[in-house]
Design a protein around this ligand. Structure first.
Ligand code: URP
Ligand code: ZN
Ligand code: ZN
Length: 459
């Protein structure tokens, strides 16, 4: 059934105005000052007065099906996509994460099959964890199927990380195919050496995770990637940038013409290193890579966001239970599964800590949580409220006050990294391709499936 959204204060990356929005056949077909329902065929009507109507939010970096560090991430596509919609995110981009020994095409098929449970729209970064003679043809086939970004790890040595020859070849092929390459940047050799040194000194707790991957380790990874991007001409997208030296490396590369965009993630913006230093192994809840940093790096991230030097805010949602999974690293922090669950909380925390606390304006909020991800990743039907685009809308209540808790979240983990954090806004209604999927803050009973979002090549 078509949908009419009345009295919408529409806020996009560039505009702020009031109008009615008419959606039919999954698309926005009219935006006008006053659309009279009597002039329309029978349709659903939502009154958006008092709310802010944003484009559906896009999370450009999540993990849902993730075999990692000897276990599997906790969410399914059913739970992760429901959590996303409740949090205002209508599109997720997940990494296909094959083991080095896996065939890329089979991995692509496997990850696609898992996402059939999704109720939000989705796409993937195709992970390259090995590069051999058959890789170029496999990547071409996957890119031709609409997966227009690759992903590499310059981390996790001996597991998912690629060597320099593989990095060069991946970037070279990406350039030929015209696609962007997302990259996790850390100097994996240094990480391995520092971890070894820590463990040898009896430093086994989660508080030693950050010192084993300090800011210079990440900056070194960024520098390395940018040199390879310069050599190949590839466009790169650096995920989960966490600190000032990494931002500076990327700035320097951009100044000499490297095509590089930066992503930051919500845990790095609102949590600092002291969380990972909590006693009685509680710090394990906050172990992710790159690690949570000293507070001053958080401020650097917010400034870079406001200045436009960070293009997107993602989650890097990677959920592991505290009781049964994080505990795998009880005697050795290098065995704690890395990752923080956050797909439900990104928009509300960014709004609360960013907009309400005056660090970013509403347009920057939309740009980094939706529009820029669509542009960089070629999600050509998403990221804006405009005639002809997918009718993905988040009708946001800017006056809602609540507290985050694992007791009320829809993610499957047994803890929340943001337990007790106040939020000062939340989605009231969420619309995905013209269908109301969240009404009055609750998921509707019957949800149609999400779908693979069409993408163009942006590399
Ligand atoms: O700690 C993290 N970030 N876990 C997920 C895998 C990754 O590196 O993105
Ligand atoms: Zn990563
Ligand atoms: Zn990740």
């Amino acid at each position: 059934m078509p949908l009419l959204v009345k009295n919408a204060r529409i806020v996009t990356s560039t505009a702020d105005y009031t109008a009615d929005i008419y959606c039919e056949h999954e698309t926005i077909t009219r935006i006008d000052r006053a659309i009279a329902p009597s002039t329309l065929p029978p349709c659903d009507i939502l009154d958006a007065a008092g709310l802010i109507t944003f484009p559906g939010f896009i999370d450009p970096h999540v993990h849902v099906y993730l075999p990692f560090m000897g276990t599997f991430a906790k969410d399914t596509w059913a739970s992760a996509s429901r959590s996303s919609l409740l949090g205002g995110t209508t599109t997720l981009v997940e990494m296909i994460c094959p083991a080095r020994t896996d065939d890329p095409t089979s991995a692509y098929d496997l990850w696609r099959s898992k996402a059939r449970e999704s109720v939000c729209d989705y796409s993937f970064h195709m992970g390259v964890t090995r590069f051999d003679d058959r890789t170029p043809a496999a990547l071409k086939q996957i890119v031709d199927a609409g997966i227009t970004s690759l992903k590499v790890f310059l981390a996790y040595k001996g597991a998912l990380g690629v060597d320099d020859r593989e990095l060069f070849d991946t970037l070279r092929v990406a350039r030929e195919l015209g696609v962007v390459v997302a990259a996790h940047c850390e100097n994996q050799e240094l990480v391995a050496l520092l971890q070894k040194r820590m463990l040898a000194a009896g430093k086994t707790g989660p508080e030693w995770h950050e010192p084993s991957r300090p800011p210079y380790v990440e900056a070194s990874g960024v520098h390395h990637l940018c040199a390879f991007a310069e050599a190949t001409g590839a466009r790169v997208y650096i995920v989960h940038t966490s600190c000032q030296p990494a931002i500076e490396e990327a700035r320097r590369a951009a100044a000499r013409g490297v095509r590089v965009d930066l992503e930051a993630v919500i845990p790095h913006l609102v949590l600092d290193r002291s969380f990972a230093e909590r006693p009685n192994f509680d710090g394990a809840k906050y172990v992710m890579s790159p690690p949570l940093r000293e507070k001053r790096h958080q401020e650097a991230l917010w400034h870079a966001l406001a200045a436009g030097d960070i293009a997107t805010i993602a989650t890097d949602h990677a959920p592991f239970d505290f009781a049964t999974q994080k505990s795998m690293g009880k005697d050795d922090f290098t065995k704690i599964p890395n990752g923080i669950p956050s797909v439900e909380d990104r928009v509300n925390l960014l709004y609360t800590r960013g907009v309400c606390e005056g660090r970013i304006d509403l347009h920057t909020f939309v740009r980094v949580a939706s529009t820029n991800a669509a542009r960089i990743l070629g999600l050509s039907t998403k990221g804006d409220v405009a005639v002809g685009l997918d009718a993905d809308l988040c009708l946001y209540d800017p006056n809602h006050h609540a507290v985050i808790s694992a007791r009320s979240h829809a993610m499957q983990t047994d803890y929340s990294a943001f337990e007790g954090f106040e939020i000062r806004g939340r989605p009231r209604h969420v619309i995905r391709r013209g269908e109301i999927v969240v009404r009055d803050t609750a998921l509707v009973a019957t949800l149609s499936p999400g779908r693979l979002a069409p993408r163009i090549r942006t590399g």
